[in-house]
Design a protein around this ligand. Structure first.
Ligand code: XIL
Length: 324
């Protein structure tokens, strides 16, 4: 029978999953390669892995993933260059505080070197990157007093450089490789009406008004059943489309409180709803799920993926395939 990627390719879409080389069994690898046409490194391209000590880079794990993808004719999307989690200890004790006392210029130089070295290494192998990940603060109540209409999360980058660290990250990325697509990725921004979604679009407007090179935004979509309002989600995708941007699904999973038949059917309906939205919107070329099997998920307690722990296809898998 036909695969997910067969139907996705017929529709001009990418169907992707996050793969983790140290979790994946051989059976996971071959199923991933058979069913998906896009691969994301669940952890192997994060800064703590790529630059474990300052100025010295470690490519082994990421290169392994890239060749797995290449051997199976899959596209690799890069995740992620600038973040506040999984940052190396030499940069910051926790990714949030500037407790190494970097000056603005030092932090800009570190960021530029990381971005430039990574993009040059993966040139021609990775087609798009999450340049900045999760930069918005979860609490956007400051919106009323901030003229720009968003509050950034305090991170080592934001503390050392200031709010325009985002601008610099995108400029460095475009200069390092003009041929790739550059994304701003975040969560809790998927549905219009939420304060953080408003903040996300305010930030994007500000970046666009300054002509910062940005090709699209990523909606993580770490959901649980009942979370998704399809009208509000589609509104977000269209809003960015009107601004000339791609808007893609980058880390979809759909938690259930327990694996009753009713919950798994509801999970399948939710996956189907999101897949339908992807198909209906030309500025949404990618649908990426965050893992393969439930037991390997970062939210393994909520069984949020398309395959169960025995690599059996769930109702959600069939729902995605029939929507494609
Ligand atoms: C998660 C991975 O899935 C875990 O294996 C890891 O321990 C922590 O990070 N948002 C992101 C992803 O952008 O990078 C995170 O991935 C999940 C939340």
């Amino acid at each position: 029978s036909k695969t997910l990627r067969y139907y996705a390719e017929k529709n001009g879409k990418m169907i992707g999953m996050a793969f983790c080389t140290y979790k994946g069994l051989d059976s996971d690898r071959s199923e991933a390669a058979r069913q998906f046409n896009m691969m994301v490194a669940e952890n192997e391209m994060k800064m703590d892995v790529l630059q474990p000590s300052q100025g010295s880079f470690s490519w082994g794990a990421a290169d392994g993933l890239v060749s797995l993808a290449k051997n199976n004719n899959m596209t690799v999307r890069g995740h992620c260059l600038v973040w506040h989690t999984q940052q190396p200890a030499w940069l910051s004790s926790d990714g949030k505080k500037n407790d190494k006392g970097w000056t603005r210029q030092q932090a800009l130089d570190i960021m530029k070197n990381h971005i430039t070295t990574v993009l040059q290494h993966f040139k021609g192998k990775v087609t798009e990157w999450d340049v900045v990940n999760e930069c918005l603060d979860d609490d956007q109540s400051i919106i009323r007093t901030n003229p720009e209409g968003y509050k950034l999360r305090p991170t080592v980058w934001q503390q050392a450089i200031g709010d325009d660290y985002i601008d610099s990250a995108f400029v460095y990325a475009r200069r390092a490789d003009p041929d790739i697509q550059l994304y701003l990725n975040d969560y809790d921004v998927e549905m219009q009406g939420k304060a953080k979604a408003v903040a996300f679009s305010n930030l994007v407007k500000r970046l666009q008004s300054k002509r910062i090179p940005l090709d699209g935004v990523g909606l993580q979509c770490h959901f649980s059943i009942g979370d998704v309002d399809s009208v509000k989600l589609e509104k977000t995708i269209r809003l960015f489309g009107e601004a000339g941007l791609k808007c893609i699904i980058t880390e979809l999973d759909m938690g259930v409180p327990s694996t009753t038949t009713a919950n798994l059917e509801e999970q399948a309906r939710n996956y189907r709803m999101i897949t339908d939205i992807v198909l209906n919107n030309d500025n949404c070329p990618n649908l990426v799920v965050w893992g393969i099997k439930d037991n390997d998920s970062w939210r393994s307690n909520s069984n949020p993926l398309l395959y169960n722990s025995g690599l059996g296809k769930k109702k959600a898998w069939y729902a995605v395939r029939s929507a494609l």
